[in-house]
Design a protein around this ligand. Structure first.
Ligand SMILES: Cc1cc2nc3c(=O)[nH]c(=O)nc-3n(C[C@H](O)[C@H](O)[C@H](O)COP(=O)(O)OP(=O)(O)OC[C@H]3O[C@@H](n4cnc5c(N)ncnc54)[C@H](O)[C@@H]3O)c2cc1C
Length: 506
C-alpha cells in the first residue's frame, strides 16, 4: 500500500467540494488533497448549455433507486455529476436559492448561524451577477416564444411576475436566473479551482474512487482508494471533509463504520460509531411530467442543431444557450399553507413527443422521506437508495392540486396560439395512474447526513460528524429539511458556511 499526505483531504470535487478546497487553500497555509471519482472538466460539450445537457451521460453516475412502491415498482435513475465540478457540471444551471424563511426554520431547530439572512449573505460570496463572485449568474439569453407566453399565462392566472425567479416569494412566476456567464455554463470546478491548481499546496487526484474514511481512535486520519489495482491510503494531519454529495456521503460514512450499528453488522462492517441518523431522511423534489402537443415546432430540435451551433459560436446566443426550462412558477396550492408547495418548470421541448412542450409539476416541500443503506450482500457495491416517494398522503394531495393548476395556466388566453389541449401522457389515465406511471426525480436529492442537535443528527451545526474527531460532512446530504431551493444554490451556501466553520477550528 502506498501513502500520500496533506493537511486536509476533501472527498469529491463537486459543487461544494471545489468551493471548500479553494477557500482552505486561499485562506490558510494548509495543504489540500482533493480526491474526485470522475475525470477533469471538459469545456466541450459541458460549457455549451443545451449541448452539455443533451450529451452529459458519460460524466454522470448511474445511481438507481430501489423499486418504488407508489410508482408501480419502477426504479428511478439519478445521473448526478461524476466529473470535476460534480453535478454543477451536468445540471440545468437554474439558480433558485429559495425562501429565506425555510432557513430560518433550520435556525429555529437549533442550527445557529444557518438562518435566512446568513445563508443569503454567504450565497452572495459564491455566486452573483456580473464578475463579483466566482460563479456568475445571468438572465436567460434565449427567450423562446413559448416561454414568453407561459409567463404571460401565469400572470393571467393570478401570479406575480418577478424580474428574476429566485423562488423567494410565493405565487410568483418569471424567467429563471442561470449559472452562466456570456452564454456559457458556470461549473464549480473551473470557477473555484482554475487559479489554485498551480499552487504546490494544492493537489487534485481525478478518477479515484474513495472507498472509506480511515478512523483511528475516534479520529479521521485519512481516506482509502484504489489507483488501478493498488490500494492507496492518503493521510490527513488536520482532518477529512466529505463532500461527495447526498447520494455518496452517507454511503462513505456507512462503509467507514459510522451508522446504525445493527445495519452495519448485517453488512459485515465493523462498527466505529453507532449513529442512527446516517442514511436517514433522504428527500427529493418529486415531479410529474405533463406533456402537451403543440402547434409550434420545438426550437431546439436536433435537425436545427448545426444552425443553432453556428449561431452560438457567432453570438453565444440562440437555443444552444438555453437550459430548455427557461421559465416557471412557484404556487401555493393549499388554502391552509401560504408558502409555495408546487413548482412548475416549463420546458420548451421534450424527448417524449416531436412537437410538444413539457411542464414538470414538482413538489417543492414533499413530506415523504427515505433512506440510503448498504447492500448487506455487497457493502462495497451500489447502495440501496430509497427516496420512498409519495409515502406521505399530503404529497399525493398537493401534486394532484398542482397538476390542476398547471392545466389552468395552460388554458389561459396567452397560450391559445400553442393550442395545448392534447395531453400526450395522460391519455386514458387518471391523474393517480399518470403520477404512478410517469412520476420521477427532479434530480434534487438532499439529506442522508442531516445537521441538527438531536439524536437523529449526523452532523452538529458546525458540520462535525457526531462521535468522530476531525471529520466533517459539507454537501447537500446535511440538509435537514427540503425546501423550494434548488440544490446547486444550496451546495454553494453549504460550502461557504463549511469553509468558515472548519477554518475557525484550525
Ligand atoms: C441532470 C441534473 C440537473 C440538475 N439541475 C439543477 C439545476 O438546474 N439547478 C440546481 O440548483 N440543481 C440542479 N441539479 C442538482 C444539483 O446540481 C446538485 O444537487 C448539487 O450540485 C449537488 O452538490 P454537491 O456538492 O452536494 O454534490 P455534487 O456536486 O454532486 O458533488 C459530489 C462530487 O463527489 C464525487 N464523488 C462521489 N463519490 C465519490 C467517491 N467515493 N470518491 C471520490 N469522489 C466522489 C462526485 O463524482 C462529484 O464530483 C441537477 C442535477 C442533475 C443530475
Amino acid at each position: 500500500m502506498s501513502t500520500l499526505e496533506a493537511d486536509f483531504i476533501v472527498v469529491g470535487a463537486g459543487t461544494s467540494g471545489s468551493l471548500i478546497a479553494r477557500r482552505v487553500v486561499e485562506r490558510t497555509d494548509a495543504s489540500v488533497l482533493l480526491v474526485e471519482s470522475g475525470p477533469r472538466y471538459p469545456r466541450f460539450p459541458l460549457d455549451v448549455p443545451l449541448a452539455g445537457l443533451s450529451l452529459r451521460r458519460p460524466w454522470s453516475w448511474s445511481h438507481e433507486s430501489v423499486s418504488q412502491v407508489q410508482l408501480q415498482g419502477r426504479k428511478v435513475s439519478f445521473p448526478m455529476g461524476r466529473v470535476v465540478g460534480g453535478s454543477s457540471s451536468v445540471n440545468a444551471m437554474i439558480c433558485v436559492p429559495g425562501m429565506p424563511q425555510a432557513f430560518d426554520q433550520w435556525r429555529e431547530a437549533g442550527c445557529d448561524g444557518w438562518g435566512g439572512d446568513e445563508m443569503m449573505r454567504v450565497f452572495g460570496l459564491a455566486a452573483a451577477p456580473g464578475g463579483r463572485a466566482p460563479m456568475g449568474i445571468s438572465e436567460a439569453r434565449h427567450r423562446a416564444p413559448f416561454s414568453e407566453a407561459f409567463v404571460e399565462a401565469c400572470v393571467e392566472y393570478g401570479l406575480q411576475q418577478t424580474p428574476m425567479l429566485f423562488g423567494n416569494t410565493s405565487n410568483s412566476c418569471g424567467w429563471f436566473p442561470v449559472f452562466q456567464r456570456q452564454g456559457k455554463r458556470q461549473s464549480a470546478g473551473p470557477q473555484f479551482l482554475g487559479d489554485v491548481r498551480q499552487l504546490k499546496r494544492f493537489r487534485m487526484l481525478t478518477r479515484k474512487d474513495v472507498r472509506r474514511v480511515v478512523l483511528e481512535k475516534g479520529r479521521a486520519t485519512g481516506v482509502e482508494f484504489f489507483a488501478g489495482r493498488k490500494r492507496v491510503r492518503a493521510h490527513a494531519t488536520q482532518g477529512v471533509i466529505l463532500a461527495a454529495g447526498a447520494l455518496s456521503s452517507p454511503t462513505l460514512l456507512l462503509r467507514s463504520g459510522v451508522g446504525p450499528a445493527d445495519e452495519l453488522r448485517t453488512a459485515g462492517v465493523d462498527v466505529e460509531v453507532d449513529l442512527m441518523g446516517v442514511g436517514r431522511n433522504l428527500q427529493d423534489h418529486f415531479g410529474v411530467p405533463m406533456v402537451f402537443q403543440s402547434t409550434q415546432p420545438s426550437p431546439g430540435r436536433k435537425s436545427r442543431w448545426l444552425l443553432s451551433a453556428l449561431q452560438y459560436l457567432w453570438s453565444r446566443n440562440g437555443v444552444m444557450a438555453s437550459t430548455c426550462g427557461e421559465v416557471g412558477c412557484f404556487l401555493a396550492v393549499d388554502q391552509e399553507i401560504q408558502e409555495s408547495n408546487i413548482e412548475l418548470f416549463a420546458m420548451i421541448q421534450t424527448n417524449r413527443a416531436a412537437q410538444a412542450i413539457e411542464l414538470m409539476c414538482i413538489l417543492s416541500e414533499p413530506q415523504s422521506s427515505g433512506t440510503i443503506r448498504l447492500n448487506p450482500d455487497d457493502p462495497w457495491g451500489a447502495s440501496l437508495i430509497d427516496p420512498n416517494y409519495l409515502s406521505h398522503p399530503q404529497d399525493w394531495d398537493f401534486i394532484m392540486k398542482g397538476m390542476n393548476a398547471a392545466r389552468g395556466i395552460v388554458h389561459c388566453p396567452a397560450l391559445q396560439n400553442f393550442a395545448l389541449t392534447d395531453e400526450v401522457l395522460a391519455k386514458g389515465r387518471s391523474d393517480r395512474e399518470l403520477i404512478a406511471a410517469e412520476g420521477t426525480t427532479f434530480h434534487h436529492p438532499v439529506g442522508g447526513c442531516c445537521m441538527g442537535i438531536d439524536q437523529q443528527a449526523v452532523v452538529d451545526p458546525c458540520l462535525r460528524v457526531q462521535g468522530v474527531e476531525r471529520l466533517w460532512v459539507a454537501d447537500n446530504s446535511i440538509v435537514p429539511a427540503i425546501s423550494n431551493a434548488h440544490p446547486a444554490s444550496l451546495a454553494l451556501m453549504i460550502g461557504e458556511r463549511a469553509s468558515d466553520l472548519i477554518l475557525a477550528e484550525s
